[in-house]
Design a protein around this ligand. Sequence first.
Ligand code: 5GP
Ligand code: ZN
Length: 117
Amino acid sequence: MTGEPRDDCLFCKIVAGQIPATIVRETDTTVAFRDINPQAPTHVLVIPKAHYRDAAALAEGAPELAADVLRETRAVAEQEQLDSYRTIFNTGSGAGQTVWHTHAHVLGGRGLEWPPG
Ligand code: 5GP
Ligand code: ZN
């Protein structure tokens, strides 16, 4: 839970510029980039630059950074001109988490049913 970058982490490599990504916003502590397999017209991932395996570890280890990520989800929605949007943190493989570096999905630009499937 240290936040140190990991050599085996895809999103740490995006932060380091070792893997290309379509970056839409960047701050001192966060990066936002388009999901490679978009599930909506806007599908952006907001990540902390520091490595935390999931949202729970981020909230526990670095609450100020968790707040930065949430602030950025709003900034992405504004930049993408979304009136309505959904912010999702998948936590654990049973919930669909496949990348073990905390990321908020920001989805919008289409109707989003509730409850989700
Ligand atoms: P999860 O399933 O862990 O909640 O979300 C991981 C997301 O990362 C998926 O929506 C997947 O499409 C996206 N993703 C996986 N590999 C890459 C990549 O190399 N680049 C980008 N931009 N997105 C990726
Ligand atoms: Zn990482």
